[in-house]
Ligand binder design. Structure first.
Ligand SMILES: C[S@@+](CC[C@H](N)C(=O)[O-])C[C@H]1O[C@@H](n2cnc3c(N)ncnc32)[C@H](O)[C@@H]1O
Length: 324
């Protein structure tokens, strides 16, 4: 423990005893700057006080997440699609954390890869967010060559994210035999809902407002249907610098079925450094308040708000629905 200046001495001792290759290094564990890896590969001048050396016993434990090189061990390659949660290390599941640590290659949109701590010996393959299919094939190609690959997504990887792209590519030759697993993650709607109270406590529908991959008419039809069925709505991708009118249109459609006072949760950068959660009226929903880091939760006719004793406003949707 407390390696710091003593690191070179510890390293020499491990070398002399023939155990340097087995020794692991852990720095700032669980913090955002966490770094782990093989101790032999660590630059001694970079070692801080908050670091430990871990020397496992000689008991052979094949298949543990720390196996240094899965392809060298003769195991077949694999793609694991991992969700990082909406933001921050607290919403990364232990299962996902383990897979990220065990991967030999990390593949993902640059912004999401930047959220994964750097590990010596691991290869990182960042790419632009518009090249999902190419990224999926790239990951499958690596796995076909025996590499253990983690494809990184934000939130839950199955919700408007990389799991679909990977499975779509994996259903075609030459990738049909490449093993693929999808790990669940926390999705933005659930994180935003918890911050505001429990607006998703009754039936709800999830719709992406992006018309990049589906026509706006389809989106409008779904909004009308969900609004007419009195479902709470979680709206992902409500807008960006180039998509500015969709929120205004959605508000108009929803107001055909919902009261102007319907509560709306406007969650931005939930879990991140710029987090903001506002509860507003549907009639006051302003497209200027929405960007790529925003999620909207639109209440049903039953969704309620209340002010707590400490002045905070909460929103929830009762589990009971009135008859008739
Ligand atoms: C391409 S989708 C990816 C969703 C992600 N797979 C999930 O399960 O949360 C991106 C959209 O998710 C929402 N989103 C993701 N992270 C968010 C966060 N931390 N705060 C608010 N909204 C977020 C926004 O609506 C954003 O435009």
């Amino acid at each position: 423990m407390k390696l710091g200046r003593t690191f070179p001495t510890v390293r020499r001792a491990l070398e002399r005893s023939g155990r340097l290759a087995d020794a692991r290094y852990v720095e700032r564990a669980t913090m955002s700057a966490e770094r782990t890896g093989s101790l032999g590969e660590v630059d001694p001048s970079s070692v801080p006080y908050f670091s430990v050396a871990v020397l496992p016993s000689r008991i052979d434990t094949p298949g543990t997440p720390d196996a240094p090189d899965a392809s060298a061990s003769g195991r077949p390659g694999e793609v694991v699609v991992v969700g990082l949660g909406p933001a921050g290390p607290l919403w990364l599941t232990p299962e996902a954390r383990g897979e990220l640590a065990a991967a030999e290659d990390l593949v993902g949109y640059t912004t999401y890869l930047d959220r994964v701590p750097v590990r010596p010996g691991q290869r990182r393959h960042p790419s632009d967010n518009k090249v999902e299919a190419e990224r999926a094939e790239f990951a499958l190609d690596l796995a076909r060559r025996g590499r253990r690959v983690a494809v990184v997504s934000s939130g839950d990887p199955g919700v408007f994210a990389m799991a679909t792209a990977v499975l779509e590519a994996a259903s075609e030759e030459p990738y049909r035999d490449v093993p693929v697993r999808v790990l669940p993650g926390m999705t933005a709607a659930h994180a935003a809902a918890a911050r505001a109270g429990a607006p998703l406590g009754h039936d709800y529908a999830v719709v992406s407002l992006s018309d990049r991959l589906k026509p706006w008419e389809v989106i409008a039809e779904r909004l009308r249907a969900a609004a007419a069925a009195d479902l709470v709505l979680a709206l992902y991708n409500p807008g960006s610098r180039s998509r500015v009118w969709q929120v205004g249109k959605a508000r108009e459609l929803l107001l055909e079925h919902r009261a102007p006072d319907t509560p709306v949760v406007l969650g931005r950068d939930i879990g991140g450094p710029e987090e903001s959660v506002r509860i507003i009226r549907l009639a006051d929903l302003d497209p200027a308040d929405v960007d790529m880091r925003t999620i909207l939760l639109i209440g049903s006719s039953q969704t309620r708000t209340a002010r707590r004793g400490d002045g905070t406003e909460i929103v929830w949707t009762p589990r009971r629905y009135p008859e008739g």
